[in-house]
Design a protein around this ligand. Structure first.
Ligand code: HEC
Ligand code: HEC
Ligand code: HEC
Ligand code: HEC
Length: 118
């Protein structure tokens, strides 16, 4: 009986963990509300916890142009990742910036740019 209770408890924890255990990046530590990124507008079939769109990021980061302004003069003369001749503003922030796992620069599927992405 006791072991059955433990099993039920373990199962309950297992279900509860994936949502509550999501760590945000150190620079987003002050964002206490998951819905800042996981907006109602982004929800798919009622589930808000899907990859956020650019609009969610840009509520705080203003505009693609504003972000591109910050990375226009990078060290090593690397091209601006926020204003490439391939995609311009037509690429999801999350193609490169992940939140709960390591970020991967999409450009480096083909190039070898030395970016300092966090
Ligand atoms: C609720 C506001 C808010 C939202 C939503 C938000 N951010 Fe941020 N973000 C911040 C703040 C504040 C900082 C720290 C100050 C800064 O660097 O602008 C930050 C920092 C960052 C940085 C690091 C800047 C550095 O110093 O290197 C990146 C990258 C970033 N955000 C990307 C994103 C992406 C991608 C999204 C959407 C998935 C997003 N942010 C959504 C507020 C937000
Ligand atoms: C093609 C990949 C890519 C996409 C798409 C992308 N970023 Fe970035 N972002 C980078 C890289 C790479 C850096 C770091 C550049 C460096 O410092 O070497 C960066 C840096 C940043 C920074 C820090 C700028 C600074 O130095 O203060 C912010 C904020 C940011 N990105 C937000 C965004 C947001 C918001 C979006 C979507 C609107 C976005 N990024 C889309 C690759 C990308
Ligand atoms: C700053 C924006 C931001 C905040 C705040 C944020 N997330 Fe996320 N979340 C993302 C992004 C971007 C992804 C896409 C996968 C990744 O980058 O890790 C994601 C993916 C997820 C997923 C997985 C969805 C899938 O399809 O795999 C879950 C679950 C999730 N977030 C839960 C949370 C919870 C719970 C919180 C609050 C504790 C939270 N997130 C806060 C940006 C955010
Ligand atoms: C699918 C492969 C692929 C991806 C992803 C890609 N590129 Fe390219 N890139 C190329 C090819 C092929 C060329 C040469 C032909 C051309 O100019 O389009 C090129 C050329 C360039 C050039 C001009 C030539 C040079 O090497 O100086 C720049 C700058 C550049 N890419 C930046 C970027 C940036 C920034 C990203 C990410 C936002 C990116 N690329 C993503 C394939 C790619």
């Amino acid at each position: 009986m006791k072991s059955l209770n433990l099993l039920v408890l373990a199962a309950a924890l297992f279900i509860a963990l994936p949502a509550s255990a999501q760590q945000v990046k150190p620079y987003h530590q002050n964002i206490k509300d998951c819905a800042a990124c996981h907006t109602k507008e982004n929800a798919v079939a009622g589930n808000q916890f899907v990859t956020p769109d650019n609009k969610a990021c840009l509520t705080c980061h203003q505009s693609y142009a504003a972000v591109a302004e910050k990375t226009k003069n990078l060290k090593n003369g690397e091209p601006n990742p926020h204003a490439s001749h391939h995609y311009g503003e037509g690429i999801a922030c999350t193609a490169c910036h992940s939140e709960h796992k390591t970020s991967q620069v999409y450009c480096n599927n083909c190039h070898e740019f030395k970016y300092q992405i966090k």
